[in-house]
Write a protein that binds this ligand. Structure first.
Ligand code: 2AM
Length: 473
């Protein structure tokens, strides 16, 4: 019996994905560079379904029905290229290699182009949901040639998370579109986590609540419009007590956040595309600041205001509004980035479909995403989510509280880069005039970079050291 699909790379993610496929009734060929892992998988989980273990690449390829569907679950980077180089010569036109790792979309574009020449479909598929998601239902973002989805889609739909009967997988777009969208998913995840962290910091130091009390606040929020996986686990983490010391867990964890790089890629790519994603950037920088022990040590004694906590019940409600408004901004920025890349690379990404498949399985899964789906469904050409009817109203309703929270944070010396930059973005987009006019004047003064006028077409330069006459450039 031939296998419908094969998985090579059987570390935790690969193993769980293979088990998920087998549990759904598919025959799964399994392979790993080190054969011991393959053996261990079959020994431990063989009873869950039908696995076809393969020791060599040749055996593995021979075990697959055609068109061959070969899923690669190795560490992104050189390992992916090594595995592709090993398998590509054994494949035939119409077969496909699915890279389920966290590859950079530019690498995916390169690999797709190279394999296309051999007639092999290369599908860069973002997979979100971590180990648990891989096993029980992730959100899957496959890119690559549209026709590859005909043979691959039904298999992926059978293992993906499911919300209201809709599987959390869709063909995102050609070549690197899937990995790009996964990258932005992670960037948004960074922003969401940072906003939640700022909310905690404010509740702790401005409202004077204990971690256990804040856990309760988050639990309450999780019954409303903020309902999401990240809010849910935040309550769990805050409610946890360290066994060794009896202290709140959050107080015994070193406050230096680490990162594996997809947030950074999101911001780097946004800079290249010229898309303002301040919320994601601030989240990446906030982790970076936290990790600079030297800077923080050097600056520890700089003066600031006393943090007098006010026990004010209304404050938690204001923070909820500020969090919701800032979250809208962060998602609007992330979707703008996908929209811009889609235009740049000709991907034709359906933004509503992206929101739909993020409703379940992935780390940013949330009730909120259904609102984004609805916004793009109502108007696929939405320029920014901020102006969608529902979101515009939510922002209008939140803005007084949002401004109050940012002002309180500034007054008390509590850093809120996420909240503050989100509000600045909102106010920048709203502004009738931005001081960018002055920036243009300065650029023209020192570098003759020219400017445009509000009242006439054309580019102009003022002869700043020659009577300040204006000339057409
Ligand atoms: P291993 O068990 O033989 O180390 C995560 O590291 C997964 O990627 C593991 O399954 C690992 O195989 C695999 N892997 C890492 N580098 C690889 C390479 N160059 N070729 C094939 N598989 C690799």
């Amino acid at each position: 019996q031939k296998a419908q699909i094969g998985v090579t790379g059987l570390a935790t993610m690969g193993r769980n994905l293979a088990r998920n496929l087998a549990r759904r009734g598919h025959t799964v060929a399994v392979h790993n560079r080190t054969a011991a892992r393959t053996k261990a998988l079959v020994e431990e989980f063989g009873h869950e379904g039908t696995f076809v273990p393969a020791e060599t690449a040749e055996e593995f390829v021979a075990a697959l029905e055609r068109p061959r569907r070969l899923v690669v679950m190795v560490k992104a980077g050189a390992a992916t290229d090594a595995v592709i180089d090993e398998f590509a010569p054994l494949l035939e036109p119409g077969d496909m290699i699915v890279d389920g790792g966290n590859a950079h979309f530019a690498d995916t574009r390169r690999r797709e182009a190279a394999l296309r020449e051999r007639g092999v479909h290369f599908v860069g598929a973002g997979i979100s949901g971590g180990e648990e998601g891989a096993l029980n239902g992730p959100s899957i973002m496959p890119g690559g040639p549209a026709e590859s989805y005909e043979a691959l889609g039904p298999l992926l739909e059978s293992i993906a998370a499911n919300v209201d009967g809709v599987p959390c997988v869709t063909h995102i777009g050609p070549d690197g579109a899937g990995h790009f969208v996964k990258m932005v998913h992670n960037g948004i995840e960074y922003a969401d986590m940072q906003l939640i962290a700022e909310s905690y910091d404010l509740l702790r130091h401005a409202a004077g609540l204990s971690p256990a009390e804040i856990a309760e606040v988050f639990r309450t929020w999780n019954t409303g419009r903020l309902e999401s996986y990240l809010i849910e686990i935040t309550a769990e983490v805050l409610a946890h007590t360290d066994a060794a010391t009896g202290e709140p867990f959050v107080d015994v964890v070193l406050d230096r956040a680490e990162q594996k790089g997809t947030g950074r890629w999101t911001v780097q790519t946004a800079l290249d595309l010229g898309v303002p994603v301040g919320g994601i950037a601030e989240a990446v920088f906030a982790r970076s600041v936290s990790g600079h022990a030297d800077l923080r040590e050097a600056a520890r004694d700089l003066p600031g205001p006393a943090r007098e906590a006010t026990k004010d019940a209304a404050f938690a409600d204001a923070v909820e509004r500020a969090l919701y408004a800032s979250k809208i901004v962060a998602y609007a920025q992330g979707f703008h980035q996908i929209q811009a890349a889609s235009a740049e690379y000709g991907w034709d990404v359906d933004l509503g479909a992206v929101a739909t498949i993020w409703r379940g399985g992935c780390i940013i899964r949330a009730r909120f995403l259904d609102r984004i789906r609805a916004a793009y469904e109502a108007d696929p050409r939405t320029v920014t989510l901020l102006t969608d009817g529902y979101f515009a109203e939510a922002l209008a309703e939140a803005q007084d509280a949002w401004r109050g929270v940012v002002a309180t944070a500034a007054r008390l010396g509590i850093p809120t880069p996420g909240f503050s930059s989100a509000l600045a973005y909102y106010d920048s987009l709203r502004a009738e005039r931005l001081p960018a006019a002055l920036t243009q004047g300065q650029r023209d003064f020192f570098g003759a970079h020219t400017y445009r006028r509000v009242d006439r077409e054309g580019a102009f330069h003022t002869l700043w050291s020659d009577g300040r006459r204006e000339v057409e450039a």
